[in-house]
Design a protein around this ligand. Structure first.
Ligand code: GDP
Ligand code: GDP
Ligand code: MG
Length: 314
């Protein structure tokens, strides 16, 4: 069976409960009181989508398309709107989004594969690294983690705990060490120990004397001394509960270090999960993984069909 067996899908549905109630619960309520599609129904749906953090421009795109299709294809039954909405959302999620049929595999062209994890404080970077390491290890990969958030006192310990849980090795230095030096050590060690995957944790404080973006650029430069292709991926972790703020963060990090994929965390705690649509539409950066809880197996490869199914679950 694929990744989205019954258990994973039910965790996804559970995790999306608040978003589902906030957006699709409300839409279903509106539709159930109607016998015919009219402008008022479509206006209400527009309001709900904007209120659900889907973003104004993304919402207008969806609504425009729906109006056109209702007219052109002559839909009258409110239940058709439910289906049209699903199709529109799937379409938006296909913008730059991978369909993860085979998650937790690595390219065979090089080794070690290097993933750098970035994002502002508290979004869930360290937790995501623990979850990723666990999944890759379960997939039979040899994983190493580098603790390049050397700024916070507790950062090393926290990452160490996750490394233990995931059953993988960790490279670290003392607090205050140069993050780029830790990354360099990490890649050196990953090369000499023939690791399949190196995951690099980084600090998230934006407003400090040392400019975080400069620090991240330096990490990249130093890695490239050992492997000109590294890091092969830079994942930006964003907290879904920050809503539209996540888009601003993505723009900043994209400008500074380039982002190859997004990890959207804390979908379980928020009603603002609609932001995933705005992110796909506005940024065209693929959402790679979503976090649906604090536990080690609460990370899921983003699968747009499973996601839409979970959102529309009645
Ligand atoms: P970092 O500062 O970016 O490294 O963030 P941490 O990994 O330390 O996480 C900050 C908090 O967010 C912790 O309390 C995590 O347990 C919590 N967290 C991370 N991912 C998720 C998630 O997907 N769901 C929930 N509910 N909590 C999460
Ligand atoms: P201050 O209050 O502006 O002096 O700075 P903090 O007390 O927040 O941090 C102390 C020092 O730690 C700063 O002067 C920086 O040299 C360093 N620092 C701050 N943020 C970071 C970070 O994200 N990464 C690293 N490596 N160092 C940082
Ligand atoms: Mg951290």
């Amino acid at each position: 069976m694929g990744f989205f067996d019954k258990f994973k899908l039910s965790r996804l549905k559970e995790g999306l409960t608040k978003t589902r109630e906030n957006i699709f619960g409300k839409i279903q309520k509106i539709l159930s009181g109607k016998t015919k599609i009219d402008d008022e129904v479509i206006d209400k749906i527009e309001e709900i989508l904007i209120g659900g953090d889907v973003g104004v421009s993304t919402t207008l795109m969806i609504i425009d398309d729906i109006r056109k299709r209702v007219k052109a294809e002559g839909f009258e039954n409110p239940e058709d709107l439910d289906r049209l909405l699903r199709e529109e959302i799937l379409k938006i999620l296909s913008n730059g989004t991978d369909n993860n049929t085979n998650p937790f595999t690595l390219p065979v062209s090089h080794k070690p594969h290097v993933i750098m994890i970035v994002g502002v404080n508290g979004v869930g970077k360290t937790t995501t690294i623990g979850k990723l390491a666990y999944n890759y290890r379960n997939a039979g990969k040899k994983v190493l983690i580098a603790a390049a958030d050397t700024f916070r006192a507790a950062a090393n310990e926290q990452l160490e705990i996750w490394a233990k849980r995931a059953g993988v090795e960790i490279i670290q230095q003392t607090q205050g060490a140069d993050p780029a030096a830790v990354a360099y050590d990490g890649l050196n060690s990953a090369i000499s120990h023939k690791s399949d995957l190196l995951i690099i944790d980084t600090a998230g404080r934006l407003h400090t004397k040392i400019n975080l973006m400069e620090e991240l650029k330096k990490i990249k430069r130093v890695l490239q001394k050992l492997d000109p292709e590294a890091p092969h991926e830079v994942y930006l972790v964003v907290d879904a509960s920050t809503g539209q703020n996540a888009i601003q963060q993505a723009k900043q990090f994209t400008a500074a270090v380039g982002i190859s994929g997004l990890v959207l965390t804390k979908l379980d705690g928020t009603a603002k999960g609609g932001v995933i649509l705005a992110i796909n539409q506005e940024l065209q950066i693929p959402v790679k993984y979503i976090g649906v809880g604090e536990k080690i197996d609460d990370l899921q490869p983003f699968d747009r069909k499973a996601f839409v199914e979970a959102l529309f679950e009645k």
